[in-house]
Unconditional design. Sequence first.
Length: 367
Amino acid sequence: MRIVYLSSSVIPSRTANSIQVMRMCEALGKAGHNTTLIGKQYADSLVEDIYGYYGVAECFDLVLIPCRRVKGVGLLMLPKIYACLRQYDPKEIVIYARDIYGASVAIRMGFRVIYEVHGLPYNRLIRHLESSLLANRRLLRLVVISKSLCDLYTSRFDIADRIVVCHDAASATGPSNGDSPWPACRDTLQIGYTGHLHQGRGIDIIIECAKRLPQYDFHLIGGDDKDILHWRPQATANLHFAGFVEPGLIPSVFRRCDILVMPYQTNLTLPHIQVNTSAWMSPMKLFEYMASRKAIIASDLPVLREVLDERKAVLVPPDDTDRWVEAIRRCEDKRFRDSLAQNAYEAFLADHTWEKRAATVLSGVEV
């Protein structure tokens, strides 16, 4: 199949969106599909090897359109996306879009479109564009990241025959592209968290656990300088801030940890859109944790229970610090940790690799 993937992501960047897009294109390419990713790139980007930065194979083409660091850049890019698409024959190409603007242009040009969403539309323009897109029969498939999000879309649109649930995914943890910086740590449990340090991610829970469990080392991997400066004054000596680590180096982080935590709260707001995503999210870190063969402690949220149960993780009320401390103490038992890790890893291999996800998205799609 000939696939052109339209992404709203800036590539390269630190966003989970850009990582997910690169991983999906890698999976499509490895499956034998002739895949081209069209995205945006800041003119002052210093990354030379973009495939290496993300730790993906060079099995798909990249077309990166230079853009400026301005608000509303998605709309400003439409003429350039249109120009890129004009070189393709709509009869020969399937458009895969994680960009509502690009999807809308493509479907008006006569292309067949697979459209992936990770949340409900958050403004009037996007609601209008999505309504028009979902009513068009050239839309082959709507891909959503959780059953909860599927229910929300099918309650609003007549889309049940074209919607598919595909949770996010991960790659089987293999060799890292190198080693990430790591502090000199004690011979004790190493407890890690990867991702942004925004409010709603449970960073305050991790800080409190570190205070109550000084015998263990805690690691926060991710976050920008502003977030680290916000949290560091509250931290004890056994809590280490690694800052941003390139996606290709994350496997080296997981190998050094014994326990990986995911203390999502019930009010999880993305800074750029101020929408609570905790009801429908499908965080990539969940599947990266499962792939790492490390014990997982996670918030007991309905959307996470779509993937996890008590055989695969210790599930804890999100804001109950006492229960989080208790859960970490339960994981002192190595046999218990190993059992959780193995069960989660087997579930990951069965259902949550990027290759499985790509196959599910395209299953039944006729060219």
